[in-house]
Ligand binder design. Sequence first.
Ligand code: NAX
Ligand code: K
Length: 508
Amino acid sequence: MSVDLTTMIYTAEQVRDGEQDAAARCDVSMAQLMQRAAQACLEVIQHKQAAPANLLILCGPGNNGGDGWVLARLAQQAGFRVQVAATEPRSELAKLAAQAWRDQGGVVTDLTALTTAQIDNADVIIDAMLGNGLDRDLSTPFTEAVNLINRHNFAGWVLSIDVPTGLNSDTGIAMPTAVKATCTVTMIALKTGLVTGAAATYCGELVLADLGVSRAFFKTPPTLRAIQSSLVSEHLRRRNKAAHKGDFGHVLIVGGGPGMSGAALLAGQAALRCGAGKVSIACHKESQLAIAAAQPELMVHAVDNDLSALLERATVVVIGPGLGQSPWARALVERVAQWQGAVAWDADALNSLAAQPIAKPDASVWLFTPHPGEAARLLNLSASDVNANRLRALTQICQNFHAYTLLKGAGTLVKSPQQHDAWVCRRGSPALAVGGSGDVLSGVVGALLAQQTAEQIPTDQVLAIAAWLHAVAGEMAAQRGERGTLPSDLLDELRTLVNPHQDLKIGA
Ligand SMILES: NC(=O)C1=CN([C@@H]2O[C@H](COP(=O)(O)OP(=O)(O)OC[C@H]3O[C@@H](n4cnc5c(N)ncnc54)[C@H](O)[C@@H]3O)[C@@H](O)[C@H]2O)[C@@H](O)CC1
Ligand SMILES: [K+]
């Protein structure tokens, strides 16, 4: 069976523990692995830049530096003009590799004396300062080197070996700054910190170098799995030609408080565009007219605090879009929390649960879609605590609330309460960073829940599929410009994406 190695993602500890074992099983020594790591980097450089070009290789104390020292030697042999600026090598392999570079006549300057002129003279900077051994905040001389590399006016490009220096390879957090690479060549396996958190700001293009041992390594179960398009196409097949609307569920969206009709409308439109059989909206009386006028396919009900009749007819509830935090909103939250079925919680519905928790009935399935601020409120933390370790925050929400959870933000994470590993969405666009985007996502979740039976979608895959659809719709809408894309622009794209098997050309 073929495995897409870029879909399985590991912590630094898993890579450290697993790589030695995998290397032994493949009968490869650690020195050979380092040689292969350097060779892989050289191939990436040669692909982008013909020799002779000026390479400046910055080497740190550990084996990340070791990769840099070996690369220096190989690159010089391949005809590049190579300069090395380094700190004292400390690991045995790095010491040997540094000696081999000097034996070849290579010149070394001290990293503490790195100058702007050295940087400006380079066509390519190779960052081999620190890799997955980073265990504390950067300090001199690494901070200064990172700042020099990140200067806006550097005309060349930057290759980081394994992990951009300063980026925590587990959390994707800069400690406190990190190299902004054009390209990161990571060894053996993708690390969690390269795909979530602030990773997208620092990693550039990600290249996986398997060093000939990845397949042995991948026996280790991953911490994250990348959501792939196949998950969508497996479940959203062509519809049965004899289908009727009752087959595709009835979504009840509870939200649309005074002045916030748009949020409920967007959620309702997304649910319709993603294939829900029927969509009702329970909103404040002040919002009813605006929503009903905007989308005739929506059934719009003004509610006080009695949802009983609507809940009886619903197969799925989405609560939160434009709900607000009034006593009216809280009464609806309390009523929905008692309902036994699948409930997608978002926005102020999550804030309400955070302020006054309510236990989930055993027979209910709850799905949460917080952004980091809402996640922080659910966990009684600050948003920066959540961002410091997104995977940990996600896991805690799943456990504390027994809820399937999607944590928004670049590198959206998804986890179910029963499973050890989590999903990461590697797709998306900064175009999605605009109010209303989350409302569309909750409508997508509602539509998938409504079609769960018809399409046989396991509950633990609903949020993963929703995250992918929303992210890719964002990418598609952003093709006309990231800035200024509106959540309503996603609706047409979603319609295309939820019909992956349909050839939309009209025949004779
Ligand atoms: N072990 C392997 O199988 C392979 C490892 N490779 C390379 O080895 C790297 C890991 O090597 P190491 O475990 O030696 O780790 P690193 O080379 O990332 O760094 C560890 C060293 O840096 C120091 N350090 C950590 N944080 C620091 C900070 N903020 N400021 C200053 N010094 C700091 C540590 O005390 C230690 O001396 C990988 O990232 C990869 O580049 C590759 O050669 C491929 C094979
Ligand atoms: K590095």
